[in-house]
Design a protein around this ligand. Structure first.
Ligand code: AMP
Ligand code: MG
Length: 407
């Protein structure tokens, strides 16, 4: 049995990066960006109007009000997409719509509401004094040419899609999605929706693992529930090792008489790097490598399998895709936490901010078979081995579930 720290450093040495691929912007959501997105032009690109109104020389409007109307000569129109090429001289104005280029010679916009309105009349009445730059969106006021907008390693959300579109990127360099095989083992497993007999249980792990893989940005290309039978395992695994970047099993990797998963991994030539880790839940954790595949054997208990994925597999998927790392942080316990003498202890929990402090508490249910402990939580709490249980006020590591927030 090795420590969590040792196990992590062994895995770190075996991780490989996935290649990049180019995707169209509308297929890029949730992918990991493998290039910096740089502004190839300033934003706004040119001085433009923030209002529908009249581009004027502000000095021509001094003293203008409802009681002191100033009349300017209307010489044309500048609209979004059709900039006016005219230059404004003293006493002139140009009808200027929202987003339209500010004509040369003009330094302010008067809202149409403060004028006699749009028309083909050559005279326009101005009823409001304006100041230089009023209602003008200035070139480069948001972003300068050459600014880095989004850094390599960012997961693409609708915000990033919007920025890439704004700056004209029609396609992006992203990491390929890791191809993943997941399988569960156990003669007792029945799929939800089917009838269940004495001694059987419903398979929940593959449902959880499939969703976790999708959330992490991977693609499940093989998935099955297998009987505790070496031939079935052999067939599935040999294909998985040929076609996948990562193989994740749940169950059948412990000391039971019918736990064949490790034997089959070894029969197929998988190099074993470790099999047992000083952690609870999930001591029988297998990690090995094939020619071009990382292999994780997670224990079958639903909480061990779920927490095992979050602690061991999720960071590996992130790193393979070049994603910016999510760090754990410390929080203060408000309830006791049952740490272990020689094992790292993980439990689902809840973390929140109160009076400027980050607080947390573990779920009430602590058995590794109790999947309801994953309801109404937002993190996995982790405590180093210790001779004493942790008490309220003690500090503990919080790994926020990446799709959760601290409410
Ligand atoms: P094992 O690691 O195969 O010894 O399984 C440990 C426990 O987890 C047993 O109680 C299994 O019935 C249960 N288990 C194994 N696989 C699954 C699964 N896919 N869904 C839910 N429970 C499972
Ligand atoms: Mg089993």
């Amino acid at each position: 049995m090795i420590s969590v720290k040792e196990a992590k450093s062994i895995i770190r040495r075996k991780i490989f990066s996935l290649d990049a691929e180019t995707v169209q912007l509308n297929n890029a959501i949730d992918r990991i960006l493998l290039e910096d997105i740089v502004a190839n032009f300033p934003s706004p690109r040119f001085n433009n109007s923030a209002m529908d109104g009249f581009a004027v020389r502000s000095s021509d409007t001094i003293g203008a009000s409802k009681n002191n109307i100033i009349t300017l000569k209307n010489i044309g129109i500048s609209s979004a997409g059709s900039p006016s090429q005219l230059k404004l001289n003293q006493g002139e104005c140009i009808q200027c719509m929202t987003g339209a280029k500010i004509p040369a010679g003009s330094d302010a916009v008067v809202m149409v509401e403060h004028t006699s309105g749009f028309s083909d009349n050559s005279n326009v009445e101005i009823m409001n004094e304006t100041q230089p730059d009023m209602h003008i969106r200035k070139k480069g006021e948001e972003i300068q040419k050459g600014d880095i907008l989004i850094s390599k390693g960012t997961r693409i959300t609708p915000s990033e899609i919007g920025i890439c579109a704004t700056f004209g990127y029609g396609q992006l360099e992203v990491s390929k999605k890791p191809k993943i095989a997941i399988f569960g083992t156990g003669n007792e497993l029945v799929d939800p929706g089917k009838d269940i007999k004495e001694g059987e249980i419903y398979n929940s792990n593959l449902y959880v693992l499939s969703d976790l893989v999708a959330k992490a940005g991977g693609s499940v290309v093989m998935k099955d529930v297998l009987k505790d039978n070496k031939e079935h395992l052999n067939l599935f695994l040999s294909e998985a090792m040929r076609s996948c970047d990562l193989v994740i099993s749940s169950g059948g990797v412990s000391m039971g008489r019918f736990d064949y998963v490790r034997d089959v991994f070894l029969d197929l030539g998988v190099e074993e790097h470790f099999w047992k880790v000083a952690q609870k839940p999930g001591r029988p954790l297998f990690f090995g490598t094939g020619d071009k595949t990382l292999i994780f054997g997670l224990p079958g208990n639903p909480v061990s399998s779920y927490i095992g994925f979050m602690v061991w597999v999720w960071p590996v998927l992130n790193e393979m895709m070049g994603s910016i790392r999510i760090k754990s942080f410390k929080a203060e316990l408000t309830e006791p936490f049952p740490s272990e003498k020689i094992k790292y202890r993980y439990l689902f929990g809840k973390a929140w901010v109160e009076d400027g402090k980050v607080l947390c508490k573990p779920s009430k249910k602590i058995g590794s078979h109790m999947l309801t402990s994953s309801l109404n939580v937002n993190c996995v709490l982790g405590a180093e081995p210790s001779d004493r249980q942790l008490n309220p006020g003690d500090s503990i590591d919080v790994n926020l579930l990446p799709w959760e927030t601290m409410k």
